[in-house]
Design a protein around this ligand. Structure first.
Ligand code: AMP
Ligand code: ZN
Length: 138
């Protein structure tokens, strides 16, 4: 498969690896969200596209690496954002699941697309409530 993150996991292309273990690799994003750098991507060594594709054990390992990287980046900056996009419509560009761990600094230039809030009437809220509960039981 021609996947850039699979190639990084296998060490086939140049990258700045900061951590690896049995299931995961963490490396620096080539286009960091902050000028200070340190924006890190955490990926599974095996190819999965979406969070919903990853077996529980590997997802646990991914989150554990996200926590480890976050701990380091909390010391590098003053806070972190963990961002994980699934699907084109959600902004996923590379179709190999990855968590962004972005160090944040006072007054930095990061702009996330924060959302406008919507008020749903009670009827709509109840309808969605039932729908999501039933989807969770599928
Ligand atoms: P996403 O929009 O969530 O799919 O993010 C993909 C991220 O991968 C972007 O932030 C890119 O800058 C980053 N990226 C793409 N190719 C590479 C690469 N070869 N090495 C490091 N980061 C990369
Ligand atoms: Zn891949």
């Amino acid at each position: 498969m021609d996947c850039i993150f699979c190639k990084i996991a296998k060490g086939e292309i140049d990258h700045n690896r900061v951590y690896e273990d049995e299931h995961t690799v963490a490396f620096l994003d080539v286009n960091p969200a902050v000028h200070q750098g340190g924006h890190t991507l955490v990926i599974p060594k095996k190819h999965y596209e979406l969070i919903t594709d990853v077996p529980e054990e590997e997802l646990g390992a991914l989150l554990s690496t996200v926590k480890r990287v976050s701990k380091a980046l909390m010391k590098f900056g003053h806070g972190v954002n963990v961002v994980q996009n699934n699907g084109k419509v959600a902004g996923q560009v590379v179709p190999h699941i990855h968590f962004h761990v972005i160090p944040r600094f006072e007054g930095d230039e990061v702009k996330f697309c924060y959302w406008d809030v919507h008020k749903l009437d009670k009827e709509k809220m109840d309808e969605v409530h039932e729908k999501i509960k039933s989807l969770l039981n599928e």
